[in-house]
Design a protein around this ligand. Sequence first.
Ligand SMILES: *Cc1c(COP(=O)(O)O)cnc(C)c1O
Length: 398
Amino acid sequence: MRHEHDNDVPALGFDSLAVRAGHVRTAEGEHSEAMFLTSSFVFGSAAEAAARFGGSTPGNIYSRFTNPTVRVFEERLAALEGGERCVATSSGMAAILATCMGLLQAGDHVVSSRSIFGTTNVLFDKYFKKFGVTTTFVSLTDVAAWEAAITPQTKLFFLETPSNPLCEVADIAALADLAHRHGILLAVDNCFCTPALQQPLALGADIVIHSATKYIDGQGRVLGGAVVGRQKEMEEVFGVVRTCGPSMSAFNAWVFLKGLETLRLRMEAHSASAQQLAEWLAAQPQVARVHYSGLPTHPQHALAAKQQRAFGGVLSFELAGGREEAWRFIDATKMLSITANLGDAKTTITHPASTTHGRLSPEAKAAAGIGEGLIRIAVGLEDIKDIKADCARGLAAP
Ligand SMILES: *Cc1c(COP(=O)(O)O)cnc(C)c1O
């Protein structure tokens, strides 16, 4: 057996790690990674079973704990993010849940960006609150507001950059520095950039969170998530996953592994088309405003250019006519998929105020900047001329 990637050889570049890291061939000599669809593993003897359960011999026991296919995915993503260890989960929300359950306890306080995925907001605001963990929401881009929100109980900073759907960009290094001066951990949801465009750990973050459902799959097939960080914190996150059960399935891990192999190529293609679409939309008179960090008019364009390798595939824009005009635009498109998912080869179009952010109160929506005329597009891999043509149909809708 020959290891595809030996961790003692640090010379492999990102693209090589993306296709090779973590893979250990079985005796069959398979070229593509094997998929271990098995819930449990057998032991050679009663004594071996006891030793594995007791932890004195390493090895698989049950796929809620570990699975060889899931492990290859974890090692590969850890290598791409530059983290010591990755823990895979059943979804992106499970990754956030497991991180907070593992690292927080009743009485602790979180400072979170206000501009986070809608469901993450509900998780903090409703469910963690029930268990005594409180959250203060602040502006993603206002470092002074993060500092002012710190209390002696603050244990975690949580953010997503670029944000969904307004593409605001956080200064990861500045917030990591602030967090560490107060003994606080910084967790970054890196779903929108993926390690192909941004490596938060290298910028000082302690924990990276993924909804693998999005770009890591890249073709809208399966749900999954992941947490990457230092061994110490990941051991706590792993404990939650193996005990509470939001583990990644071997099948999904295999799909994500194949996704990682083409991740950088796809992220570059998504970003290039999103840039073209953002520039085109910005030139249309019916469009009041385009939110995309690749536009020089974006307030954090310089920061995004420094912190990211490209600007990503998601953009949003505002129509002056509110919900009615936004819905008319969406309904007039013919090719784009009307769905809340993103990070797919197929371009998707969403009205955040009535879908992904629909559960927020009108005040919370206003505070988060989610207007009724806002449309989000996650640019896919189709011809850019066809995506533009569909948006032109939207703008021309009576
Ligand atoms: C989708 C998403 C999540 C949640 O992931 P699931 O896999 O749907 O549970 C978390 N964060 C961001 C930024 C997302 O886009």
